[in-house]
Every structure is written in structure tokens, then in C-alpha cells.
Design a protein around this ligand. Structure first.
Ligand SMILES: Cc1ncc(COP(=O)(O)O)c(C=O)c1O
Length: 450
């Protein structure tokens, strides 16, 4: 069920990037948009198998990023390949916005059974995370007949114009685009070690400060609650630094939404689909349910699919209000259904077990390296924040970048997020043995970079 490709360690046999990789990077510079936010290291992928990724020069890396939290079942899981191959031989496309096929209601039904939303749900199919978010925004506006949104600093919801109005994890995402499409107010995410509020010492005080700000400042001044269509939140803030929401925070957001008829829009594009050791990160927050949820990335094991799932009575818009030619393509849905089956049959549990093992190992490294300011996360969604020292907790973004590069040179793929954090978002098939290998490289990379 969990394919173990019996390779023990990365194999680095050329300088990086190697000669073939260099050619592709040069062609890319000539023909491909320069807007992609690629890291300093340059990986030119050719093949993927399990947790391993091979580049064009034959170097093999241990992949603890999974194409940015997408290849949840590992690279080219044989059952995913089989499901996709079978589907491509019978029906590739028929435009579900104009015709019917069995795949759409099948995935809609499966999601209805598993999403943390109270009561009956309906699903709208899209092609990416940003599109799922666009759907959620339009739906909330349509259903509530309101226009304002509340979002969080450090959040990432995509780069299309509506989603960009919410996004705020980096200046580069907004720079040059000036006026935003939607009326969004940002508030600090309750990050206990990076809170702009005074007197924040722990998760509870961080959470309280943000909730007070929303209720006693925003609602009393610029943002009357009766004009707010939705509060959009990541349960674990992803691009902003892999920060899980404090325990009581989402319950408080739920209360605010209930009191004022606001939609609680939960973006689990990165945290969903087994990654946190439960199918959805929201399930770690007992009793809290969403009105609208956005999913993408890990749901398709690498095929492009995004979904917006909402309470059935919220998804009450008219025919023609929102649709997408490719959204819910049968091949992508075949992959999603197989992905969910694999997650339910062991991979989510593996994420919980191996995630705890990884976090323990990282906390051990924290004892050794004073530059690790924080280790946090849920399951196999783990952030390691780098600082100049734990006494000052001053962010060390350059050190983070150096460690990221050194890991690459030694055959470990990890990726930064936030200003000074390294994210671990490996395939959910990762084993404890893989973790031992990864941690050894990570430890050496830290030591070599200080
Ligand atoms: C939480 C979250 N929402 C939305 C998106 C946008 O997804 P996509 O890049 O598929 O448009 C991302 C992408 O990283 C994300 O992490």
C-alpha cells in the first residue's frame, strides 16, 4: 500500500546544477516568464518515484517538499498512475459545465462524507487553489449580498485578482498591481512569536489580541460586521511560515461568524488532504465547522484540481453564476478519488506517525542549534524557524536561505516559507528511515551554514 522505493540515500554525482540542467535553466530564462518565485537552488526534475526525485543529470534527491505539498501520495504512486491511465483510455474531457459524467457527483459525494462542514454540502470544481478561492469569494458575496472580507497578514490564497486581494505573505505578490479588486481588511494572524500586539506571550493571548482587534476595532470603525461577507482563514498558515492557528482561535472566529451572519471560509489548499495527520487540519479543532472550504494541491496527487465545498443551502446561486471548462475534468477526478482512498487506507495515519517522529527529531536538533527558534506544525506539515539566537529571536532569513541551498547540494529538497522558516511538506508515504536520512543532512547543513 505504501510503495517503498528501496533507495537509502540521495545520490549526487555532478556539480549542481549539472550540465543538462544548466541548458534547461538557460532555455527557461529565454522563454519562460520571470515571475515564478523560485528559490536560490535550481532543481531540474526529470523523474519522480516515491519520495525520490531524479534530475536531468541523474542526481537523486530525497524530496521533502513534494512539489509544494502536492504529491501527497508520493511521486507517480502506481495506483494513481493506474487510475489516471485507465481514465485517459475511456474519457479525457467532456466539459462538466455543459454535460454530465459520473465523476463529478462521485467526488462531490465523497467530499460531502468527509469535509468538516455541518449538514449537506455541494461542490464546485476548479483547476487550482486560487480558483477554488475565487469560487469561495464569489459564493460568499452572492449568498450574503455583502462585499467586505477579513483576511490575515501572512496569508496566501493565490495570485488571481480576487485571491490576491486576500494574499499578504510577501510584498512581491502585490508590488506593481496597485489597487486591489476586493474590499479586504487584514488583521494579524495569531502567531505567538511574531505578534505585533503588546502583551502577547502565548497562543491564548495571541488569539485574544486578534479577536479583540476584529470585534472592538474593525467592527466599530472601518468594517461594520453587517457588511462582511466572509472571514478567510488558513488553519495552518502555509506560505506565511507554517503556523498552526491556536487551539481556541477558530472557535472564536466561528462564534463571530455566527453572531453576524458572516461566512467562515476555511482555506485548506495546503493543509488539507491528510497532510496534518487528519484528513483536514480543521479536524484538530474540535467542534469547529466551516461554511465554505477550499481544497486543491494534495487532493489530486499532482493533477490540477481545486474544489470549493460549501453548505448546500449556501451554494444557492443561479445557473451560469460560476463555472469552468476544465474544472472537474474526469482524469483529475479519477486521480482525486484514488488519492482519497489511499489517504483513508493508511497515508493520513502515516502522516501523523511519521510527522510526530520528524517533529521530535527536529526538536532534538533545536537543543543542538541555538539558531532554530521554533519547531511547529501538525503531522507532516512542519515549520522550522531560523533566528540569530533564541535569546534575541531576531529573524535570520539569510541563514535560512543558506541552509536551504546546502540541503540541496547534499541531496535534500526542502523549501522556505515566510521570511525565515523552512517548511517540511514531504509526500505522506515518507518513512521513519527517510526522516533519519533527511535529519542527518539537515543537521549537517545547519552546522555548515552557521
Ligand atoms: C493556502 C493556499 N491557498 C491557495 C493557494 C493557491 O493555490 P494555487 O497555486 O494552486 O493557485 C495556495 C498555494 O500555495 C495556498 O497555499
Amino acid at each position: 500500500m505504501i510503495p517503498t522505493i528501496e533507495l537509502q540515500k540521495p545520490i549526487i554525482k555532478t556539480q549542481l546544477p549539472g550540465p543538462k540542467a544548466k541548458e534547461i535553466i538557460a532555455a527557461d530564462a529565454q522563454y519562460v516568464t520571470p515571475s515564478y518565485p523560485r528559490p536560490d537552488y535550481k532543481l531540474v526534475a526529470e523523474k519522480g518515484y516515491g519520495v525520490w526525485i531524479e534530475d536531468v543529470d541523474g542526481n537523486v534527491f530525497l524530496d521533502c517538499n513534494a512539489g509544494v505539498a502536492v504529491c501527497s501520495t508520493g511521486h507517480c504512486h502506481p495506483e494513481i498512475v493506474e487510475a489516471i491511465t485507465k481514465q485517459t483510455a475511456s474519457l479525457i474531457h467532456m466539459c462538466g459545465t455543459d454535460y454530465y459524467y459520473r465523476h463529478m457527483p462521485a467526488l462531490g459525494k465523497k467530499l460531502d462524507e468527509i469535509v468538516p462542514i455541518e449538514g449537506a454540502t455541494k461542490t464546485h470544481f476548479a483547476n487550482s487553489g486560487a480558483e477554488a478561492v475565487e469560487t469561495a469569494l464569489k459564493l460568499a458575496m452572492y449568498h450574503t449580498r455583502r462585499q467586505k472580507f477579513i483576511s490575515f497578514f501572512g496569508s496566501f490564497h493565490g495570485r488571481t485578482l480576487g485571491a490576491l486581494s486576500l494574499t499578504s505573505s510577501k510584498k512581491a505578490q502585490r508590488l506593481g498591481f496597485m489597487r486591489q479588486a476586493l474590499d479586504v481588511v487584514h488583521v494579524p494572524y495569531p502567531n505567538k512569536i511574531r505578534s505585533p500586539f503588546a502583551n502577547v506571550t502565548d497562543e491564548e493571548s495571541a488569539s485574544k489580541a486578534t479577536i479583540d482587534w476584529i470585534e472592538n476595532r474593525l467592527f466599530q470603525t472601518t468594517t461594520p460586521p453587517e457588511e462582511v461577507a466572509g472571514i478567510v482563514v488558513e488553519v495552518v498558515q502555509g506560505e506565511g511560515g507554517y503556523v498552526p492557528a491556536p487551539k481556541g482561535f477558530l472557535k472564536e472566529l466561528r462564534r463571530i461568524c455566527d453572531e453576524h451572519g458572516i461566512m467562515l471560509i476555511v482555506d485548506e489548499v495546503q493543509s488539507g488532504m491528510g497532510r496534518t495527520g487528519k484528513m483536514f487540519a480543521l479536524e484538530h479543532y474540535e467542534g469547529v465547522k466551516a461554511d465554505i472550504m477550499c481544497l486543491a494541491k494534495g487532493i489530486g496527487s499532482g493533477l490540477p484540481i481545486g474544489v470549493c465545498v460549501a453548505k448546500a443551502d449556501i451554494m444557492d446561486w443561479h445557473k451560469g453564476a460560476h463555472a469552468s471548462t476544465f474544472g472537474g475534468n474526469p482524469v483529475c477526478i479519477a486521480s482525486a478519488l484514488k488519492t482519497i482512498e489511499l489517504l483513508e487506507n493508511g497515508l493520513t495515519e502515516n502522516a501523523a506517525i511519521v510527522g510526530a517522529y520528524l517533529q521530535n527529531g527536529l526538536r532534538e536538533l533545536m537543543k543542538k542549534h541555538d539558531q532554530i527558534g521554533d519547531v511547529r506544525g501538525l503531522g507532516l506539515m512542519v515549520g522550522v524557524e531560523f533566528v540569530e539566537s533564541r535569546e534575541t529571536m531576531k529573524a535570520a532569513p539569510e541563514l535560512r536561505d543558506k541552509i536551504e541551498m546546502t540541503c540541496f547540494e547534499r541531496g535534500l529538497i526542502i523549501l522556505g516559507c515566510g521570511a525565515n522558516t523552512i517548511r517540511w511538506s514531504p509526500p505522506l508515504i515518507l518513512t521513519k528511515k527517510n526522516v533519519d536520512v533527511a535529519l542527518e543532512i539537515f543537521d549537517q547543513a545547519i552546522a555548515a551554514s552557521i
